[in-house]
Every structure is written in structure tokens, then in C-alpha cells.
Design a protein around this ligand. Structure first.
Ligand code: NAP
Length: 292
């Protein structure tokens, strides 16, 4: 039976560390670090996720602010979003900016993403941060991908030379994870909706990351015995949250597995807070350097 990799204990550890850093920063700077959550259209399902982030901020002493942007049509929405982001870029009390996704239909993702100051892009969506990751340099990476990697580390599996399969190639989960695993010397295969014989690819993997948004995509019969399985998927089936992995069959074969809910999700949230704190510290250093 696979060991379950629960996210909550790791998340608590990270939050405690962030809370201590926030207290030091607040003491030194005279104000707490701020996170701005930019939203356009409050009805999106991601509102629940964003409210959870704001609550998590409050718990560790970060000032989380919801910046509500309005517009009557696509053009005014896009203009209002980019204007709000430019204003937040200039605000020294705001260390990090995240934007509610998906954007309203028709608003260009690239226009909004490009507006974010890369130093405040704590979820690693700006092309500069994506490029830094691609080249193996330090920048901000998407919190979900970071959480997936952290879970792999905490499983204890040796990454060097390991065969890893990442299912999903999105810029927020699959691709960043593939780059991070490659940097740590795993041999990575990226699979997607056009991949032929997914089962054959998965069967040779020591590490399987699933981020496809397809419930039951990976089953125990597809896995190599002892594999580490990281389920990033979040799906609602019959009113219940499930991942992309068929947990009952997979845990009979895997060596370690993240459950959904309770695996990658809680860690994502905690890591986003740690990114915010890192952004605040970097901006503080940059300011001191500039003033010196
Ligand atoms: P996405 O942008 O929709 O990307 C899904 C990827 O999966 C695409 O690359 C797609 O291939 C691939 N795919 C879809 N069906 C497939 C199939 N049958 N076989 C193989 N590959 C398939 O989604 P995302 O934003 O990366 O999110 C992925 C999942 O993670 C979702 O369930 C999402 O809710 C969840 N998520 C979780 C967290 C968390 O904190 N745990 C955070 C963000 C997202 P193509 O490229 O060919 O279309």
C-alpha cells in the first residue's frame, strides 16, 4: 500500500517559517508585506480559491488586498486591469501581485501578464520568470508547480537519473515542473492530449506527475510498482473533489502518492505566501542597494 503524502503538515511548517519572516520584515520596515489579488468579475469559481489565499495571508500577518476591477466591455476591462496592475507595481507596500484566472472572455492574457512587474510576479506567470526557469536561473515559479516538486522531494525519491513522466504541458503546472525536474537531473517525458499510448509512457516512470484535469486518467494498472505519484488535478465529480488519479487502484501499486484533496493543494497555498515573502525581501534588498 502506498504511503500517502499529505500536504497539510508541510504547509504548516512553511507557514510558520513565513510568519516569522513576516514579523521580522514588519518590524524592520514599519509595515507588513502586501499581496494584491486583482480580480475582474467576482462570479468566477476561482473566487473561492482567492478568498482562501487572503485568509491565509491574514493568518501569517501579510496584508492581502482584493483589487476589484470593472469594465463594461473587453476593451475597458483590459485597460482597467493593466492600469490597476501598473499602479500596484508602483506601490511600495505591495510586494506581490496575482491576477484572477481565467480572465474575462476576450481579455488578452499576454497584455495582462506583461503588465506585472516581474519582481512582484510571485506566481511566476510573467515571460521573464518563465524564461529564467527555462534557462535554469533563479526567478519566481508557479506555486502549484513548486508544490508538486516539493512533494517529490519530501517523498524521498532520488531524482538524479530517475525517469519522470509529467502529464500536462500548461505554462502554470506541467511545463514548469518538467523544467524543474530536468534541472534536478531526472529524465523527463512530457505527455499531453495527443500523446500516443499514455499507459506505456507512465509504466516506465519512477515519478508520475498528473496535471491534466481528467478524473481517473491514471490508474493502478498503468503504474510501475513503487512509483511516486503526484496528483495535481482538481475535478468535481458528483459534488466531490477528486484528482486525475484513480486513488483506490493507484495506491495498491504506487510507493507514495498525494491524495486529492489534501495533497498538493494545501502546499500550493503555503508556498505562494513564501514567494510573497521572498519578493518583499528582494525588493527591500534592491531598495537598500539603490539607496547605498
Ligand atoms: P490545463 O491548462 O487545462 O492543461 C491541461 C493539460 O493536460 C494540457 O496540456 C492537456 O493537453 C493535458 N491533457 C488533457 N487531457 C489529457 C489526456 N486525456 N491525456 C493526456 N494529457 C491530457 O490545466 P492546468 O491549469 O495545467 O491544470 C491541470 C489540473 O491541475 C487541473 O485539474 C487544475 O484544476 C489543477 N490545478 C491544481 C492546482 C493545485 O493547487 N493543486 C492549481 C492549478 C491547477 P494539451 O496541451 O494537448 O491540451
Amino acid at each position: 500500500m502506498a504511503r500517502r503524502l499529505e500536504g497539510a503538515p508541510f504547509a504548516t511548517e512553511i507557514r510558520e517559517r513565513v510568519a516569522a519572516d513576516v514579523a521580522t520584515y514588519t518590524n524592520e520596515q514599519g509595515h507588513a508585506p502586501g499581496l494584491a489579488v486583482v480580480v475582474c468579475g467576482r462570479s468566477a469559481p476561482s473566487m473561492v480559491y482567492l478568498q482562501r489565499i487572503l485568509k491565509a495571508c491574514a493568518d501569517v500577518g501579510i496584508v492581502g488586498t482584493l483589487v476589484d476591477v470593472e469594465g463594461d466591455d473587453v476593451a475597458t476591462q483590459e485597460a482597467a486591469l493593466t492600469a490597476a496592475i501598473h499602479q500596484l507595481n508602483e506601490d511600495p507596500t505591495v510586494a506581490g501581485i496575482i491576477v484572477q484566472m481565467p480572465l474575462p472572455q476576450g481579455v488578452r492574457l499576454r497584455a495582462v501578464v506583461d503588465a506585472i512587474d516581474p519582481m512582484k510576479d510571485i506566481d511566476g506567470i510573467h515571460p521573464l520568470n518563465a524564461g529564467l526557469l527555462r534557462l535554469g536561473y533563479e526567478g519566481f515559479v508557479p506555486a502549484t508547480a513548486h508544490a508538486g516538486l516539493e512533494m517529490i522531494h519530501r517523498s524521498g525519491v532520488e531524482l538524479k537519473g530517475a525517469d519522470a513522466v509529467v502529464i500536462g504541458r500548461s505554462p502554470v503546472v506541467g511545463m514548469p515542473l518538467a523544467f524543474m525536474l530536468t534541472k534536478e537531473d531526472a529524465t523527463v517525458t512530457v505527455c499531453h492530449s495527443k500523446t500516443r499510448d499514455l499507459a506505456a509512457k507512465v509504466r516506465q516512470a519512477d515519478i508520475v506527475v498528473v496535471a491534466a484535469g481528467q478524473p481517473g486518467l491514471v490508474t493502478g494498472a498503468m503504474l510501475k510498482p513503487g512509483a511516486v505519484v503526484i496528483d495535481v488535478g482538481i475535478n468535481v465529480v458528483d459534488g466531490k473533489i477528486v484528482g486525475d488519479v484513480d486513488l483506490p487502484s493507484a495506491e495498491q501499486v504506487a510507493g507514495a502518492i498525494t491524495p486529492v484533496p489534501g495533497g498538493v493543494g494545501p502546499l500550493t497555498n503555503a508556498l505562494l505566501l513564501s514567494h510573497l515573502m521572498r519578493a518583499a525581501q528582494r525588493q527591500q534588498h534592491a531598495k537598500e542597494h539603490f539607496e547605498a
